[in-house]
Ligand binder design. Structure first.
Ligand SMILES: Cc1cc2nc3c(=O)[nH]c(=O)nc-3n(C[C@H](O)[C@H](O)[C@H](O)COP(=O)(O)OP(=O)(O)OC[C@H]3O[C@@H](n4cnc5c(N)ncnc54)[C@H](O)[C@@H]3O)c2cc1C
Length: 389
């Protein structure tokens, strides 16, 4: 077995680390200030400027096929890159990307939706969750009824990331009640001008999702994404993609936090000695380091399976469950090691603490990941002690 990264992977890692440290981290004080005053951490223009700087280094569309101008670096490289990006809480992401399911657009839809999203000219949101259906996404109730050349959508979506800013939504609605998630859910590309409204939802973090309200919104039939009845599979494809990206970011964040704790522990003296010399503190540091390392290999394995075109759903669920919890545990310990200062807004620990909590909830809660992992084992889809390929 060879754990060595290729020269190219090492080079990418170094370049991104340098980019994040030199170009993105300097925004951290401004992000904290803005957010605390109720503004977005970075303006759209600032994000764009950073994205264009990254583009000059060759990082544009890291998962976007070359034919659309992307670098298409593949899952393993993406995991390595996200670990580096996670080292800052500045809300930065590389430009030149689009939701994976927008590649299901037909040629005409690609011009109106996929390509403008890749170019950063239009913004999308993914609207599946409803007030009555979150984990149990198969139970969505938003209805789409055919009326001539239109589908008429009625219902409400909730907790939709970018729902307030998006120019269009990828909306999942029931087109056949009998079939439900087994062929009765369809995905629609719905422009805001077609008549849906959004209302922001305040959360404990800086993430401000929205409710989307649909009252007799008329959507032309050419705005069906993929096949009528094929929406649930598209939704699962979208969700599945993010499962190992969240813990990848968690690794970067946890590493940065742990370093803060190490620095603080060496400096802070109580009862005549630095707290770093106390076993209670050392154990928190040691446990955190072990858990970060364990997450790294869970994430890389999930990414490696995806890279080879193999089914990575079990591995991705394990990475998401373990990694999201790891980040929360590490952040909590780091806050503890900082004592009262850890609880203040002088330091970014509380900012991270609030953000990370949602990692255990969206893209499949802890309980849903456990359910998936246990089901795979109980039904024999995955065998305990199976020899590795
Ligand atoms: C900040 C934020 C951003 C989001 N962004 C989006 C987005 O962009 N698009 C989108 O469509 N959705 C989005 N979501 C919604 C998110 O995916 C759901 O909140 C999540 O799937 C959980 O659903 P729920 O909130 O309805 O909780 P519920 O499904 O009601 O679950 C409540 C609790 O019960 C547990 N539970 C549920 N079923 C079971 C079971 N069978 N066995 C054991 N325990 C169970 C859950 O794990 C949870 O602890 C976002 C949510 C948040 C908070």
């Amino acid at each position: 077995m060879d754990f060595t990264l290729t020269e190219e992977q090492k080079m990418v890692q170094r370049t991104i680390r340098e980019f994040i440290e030199k170009e993105v981290m300097p925004y951290e004080p401004q992000v904290l200030r803005n957010e605390r005053e109720g503004r977005p951490g970075l303006s759209r223009e600032e994000i764009r400027e950073l994205q264009l700087k990254a583009k000059r280094l060759g990082f544009w569309g890291i998962n976007t096929p070359e034919e659309y101008g992307g670098a298409n670096l593949g899952p393993v490289m993406t995991a390595l890159i996200q670990m580096e990006v996670g080292r800052t809480f500045v809300p930065f992401q590389f430009g030149g990307s689009a939701d994976n399911i927008l590649y299901a657009c037909n040629e005409e839809q690609k011009q109106r939706y996929l390509i403008p999203v890749i170019n950063g000219e239009r913004r999308s949101c993914f609207a599946l969750t409803e007030p009555g259906a979150g984990s149990d996404a198969a139970n969505i109730r938003m209805s789409a009824v055919k009326d001539g050349r239109y589908w008429v959508l009625n219902g409400e979506k909730i907790f939709i990331t970018n729902g307030n800013e998006a120019d269009f939504a990828m909306v999942f609605a029931v087109t056949d009640k009998e079939k439900g998630a087994r062929g009765g859910v369809t995905c629609f590309l719905v422009d805001r001008e077609m008549g849906w409204r959004s209302e922001p939802i305040q959360t404990m973090g800086e993430w401000s999702p929205a409710s989307l309200i649909f009252e007799n919104v008329r959507v032309p039939e050419e705005n069906v994404l993929g096949e009528v009845g094929g929406g649930f599979n598209l939704a699962m494809r979208w969700i599945g993609q993010g499962r190992w990206v969240i813990p990848a970011r968690g690794i970067g964040a946890a590493e940065r936090l742990l370093q803060m704790a190490i620095d603080h522990a060496k400096m802070r003296v109580t009862f005549g000695k630095p707290i770093a010399e106390r076993q209670a503190i050392q154990w928190m540091i040691a446990d955190s380091a072990v858990e970060i390392e364990a997450t790294r290999w869970l994430v890389l394995r999930a990414a490696w399976l995806a890279e080879r075109g193999l089914d990575n759903r079990h591995a991705a669920s394990m990475a998401k469950l373990y990694g999201a919890n790891m980040a929360n545990r590490v952040c909590d310990r780091v806050l503890q090691i900082h004592g009262g200062m850890g609880y203040t807004k002088e330091l970014p620990i509380e900012r991270w603490y609030r953000e990370m909590r949602v990692w255990r909830i969206f893209e499949g809660t802890d309980e849903i990941q456990r359910f998936i992992i246990a089901r795979n084992l109980l039904r024999g889809y995955v065998k305990v002690g199976e020899l590795m390929d």
